[in-house]
Design a protein. Sequence first.
Lengths: 112, 119
Amino acid sequence: QSVLTQPPSVSGAPGQRVTISCTGSSSNIGAGHHVHWYQQFPGTAPKILIDGYNGRPSGVPERFSGSKSGTSASLAITGLQAEDEAVYYCQSYDSSLSGSWVFGGGTKLTVL
Amino acid sequence: QVQLLESGGGLVKPGGSLRLSCAATGFSFSDYYMNWIRQVPGKGLEWVSYISGGSTSIYYADSVKGRFTVSRDNAKNSLYLHMNSLRAEDTAVYYCARKYNFWSGLDSWGQGILVTVSS
């Protein structure tokens, strides 16, 4: 059971907009801690998509954006492309534990 | 360019020990906070440990506290994870990853190294 909750899967057709939610609590996202998003393809290491502290890293398309409200965060992908099919993870810091970073369980994005 | 390369993984029996290494090139290693993250094949990511640039601040996940020790040698641009009392549930791909400060994301990752704990 992950501290941050993500839907197991989302899907969308090419060109559409999809969002992936990340629900936390008052000790992580709700405490104002930054939320970071990663993209992972099968057999490869995760890659940062959105740095909640530094913004979108260079090289990441503007189609990817992050937002946060209350105890939740979202990753939005516009103009969906076939190559966006991957697993996406959110991450934040949790101040209820003895210094701990936490990940969501991951969301598999399928491009129809 | 930035490169992180893990080594030292393999098969170890339950209760055994292993030391992972992560060699860093292409950036000023001592300026970065380093982390270990693991992933059971087919499952999600789990943060394992964090060490600040000067090794003055170290954190561990509860699941490894007391069994794993993180360290770094800035002169050798290397990060280490000493793993003792290994359990079957420690079986995973272990990644090293860097972050620029305490609050930033993990902006570069190694390719990962598989650790298998089995008799």
